[in-house]
Design a protein around this ligand. Structure first.
Ligand code: ZN
Length: 257
């Protein structure tokens, strides 16, 4: 019995390491995340058509047909055709699209070589509900040139999946944030906002999984040290309890690579 267990463990780890050598970066999307050995589970999947279906998608800031086609693994032309779009390049924020034969949504996160990013700053929205589009319009009203964060991690409200990572136009254009004035963090810190109020509520398990995944990938790619991964309120000179007095720092830091 003991031998059997050892054997299954070896097979599992071999599968992980052989998957890890697949050269296409990000090919496994969210599922490259560790420490959970999710990779074999994702490779031996149920046939894709079982989980595919027609979904409706509200266009978030910065999203293009190309980006949405990658998010749902659907051809650009199928989205253009299903929505009789005259011009695939002119989506509007808040526009509703039908996505035929869509796979479950996945985050599409581009990485660009840059020396600009030296910190990662974590925020909460201090609201119970929301998504990138809603914060974009709130921030626009404050004359911040739109959504101030680089990423939003949803909590399953406002039409978004729990743990969904939304990529902000500021990240897509590699622009400064408008999320933390203190210590110049708008210019050198990547701003990630989790939807929720973590002085009152808990970070959902899926939000935490996505946050750990995202921070680990950014940290690795931009060579950001652990001590430069901070909550908004931990930045020198910042006077805020953001991302909330109950944010689970020890769990989060334990899961950083
Ligand atoms: Zn904040």
């Amino acid at each position: 019995m003991k031998k059997l267990k050892t054997l299954s463990f070896i097979v599992l780890s071999l599968m992980i390491s052989s998957c890890a050598r697949v050269p296409v970066r990000g090919a496994h999307g969210l599922h490259t995340i560790e420490p959970y050995p999710t990779i074999p589970q994702q490779i031996i999947t149920v046939p894709a058509e079982i989980t595919r279906g027609t979904v409706y998608h509200e266009v978030a800031p910065g999203e293009t047909v190309w980006r949405i086609s990658k998010m749902y693994d659907v051809a650009v032309n199928d989205i253009v055709g299903a929505n009789t779009l005259r011009n695939a390049n002119t989506l509007e924020k808040g526009q509703k699209l039908v996505i035929p034969n869509a796979a479950p949504i996945r985050a599409v996160i581009p990485m660009w070589p840059s020396r600009k990013w030296d910190y990662i700053i974590i925020h909460h929205s201090a609201t119970d509900v929301g998504n990138a589009l809603k914060f974009d319009s709130a921030h626009t009203k404050r004359r911040w040139k739109g959504l101030g964060y680089h990423f939003v991690i949803d909590n399953g409200t406002s039409g978004k999946k729990d743990g969904q990572i939304e990529v902000s136009p500021r990240w897509l254009h590699q622009e400064d944030g408008a999320h933390c004035k203190a210590d110049g963090m708008n210019y050198r810190g990547i701003g990630i906002c989790l939807v929720g109020n973590f002085s009152e509520d808990r970070v959902t398990a899926k939000q935490m999984e996505s946050l750990v995944f995202l921070v680990n990938r950014l940290k690795e790619y931009y060579n950001i040290s652990r001590s430069h991964i901070l909550g908004h309120g931990q930045v020198e000179g910042a006077q805020t309890e953001c991302p909330g007095t109950k944010f689970p720092w020890s769990d989060f830091r334990r899961r950083l690579e």
